[in-house]
Design a protein around this ligand. Structure first.
Ligand code: UDP
Ligand code: MG
Length: 153
């Protein structure tokens, strides 16, 4: 399936540190298709919903405060196995455990300042995309380079 979708976000530290371009480039250069993108400042309630699965964790309040500390770039990327591959492009949750060549391994040190988010399963990607975007914000188009990236659709 070359139309799998994932939710990728550049967190406030990534935006403030000027990493929007480099992070987007990694997904573009790999061959994935950008389907939606916006710079936004979501509410506390929205971010608590996004991270609802982690509400019992000791770092939850700090995480929500971090996510509220500045604008976020929210995106949807599409392509074959983009959920799993997107996580590989991001790297490990703890940047110090993330090898060079990954976004976190190249640009971050602390787990609480790890510059990016990516959905961890196809099911969660669907939920996150629905939370962050209206259906009319997801743009349908043919990627001009599609046949140069995929042998078969
Ligand atoms: N986080 C943290 N301390 C931890 C674990 C996670 O501050 O010990 C933050 C970190 O920003 C991470 C986010 O919580 O990206 C969500 O955690 P999750 O386990 O879902 O990691 P991810 O899916 O982002 O790799
Ligand atoms: Mg996660």
């Amino acid at each position: 399936m070359s139309n799998e979708q994932t939710f990728i976000a550049i967190k406030p530290d990534g935006v403030q540190r000027g990493l929007v371009g480099p992070i987007i480039s990694r997904f573009e250069q790999r061959g994935f298709k950008l389907v939606a993108m916006k710079l936004c400042s979501p509410s506390k309630e929205h971010l608590e919903k996004h991270y609802a699965d982690l509400s019992g964790k000791p770092f939850f309040n700090g995480l929500v405060t971090y996510m509220l500390s500045g604008p976020i770039v929210a995106m949807v990327w599409e392509g074959r196995e983009v959920v799993k591959t997107g996580r590989a492009i991001l790297g490990a949750t703890n940047p110090l455990a993330s090898p060079p060549g990954t976004i976190r391994g190249d640009y971050a040190i602390d787990v609480g300042r790890n510059v990016c988010h990516g959905s961890d399963s196809v099911e969660n990607a669907k939920k996150e995309i629905a939370l962050w975007f209206n259906e009319n914000e997801l743009i349908s188009y043919k990627q001009a380079q599609f046949d140069w990236i995929y042998e078969k659709a």
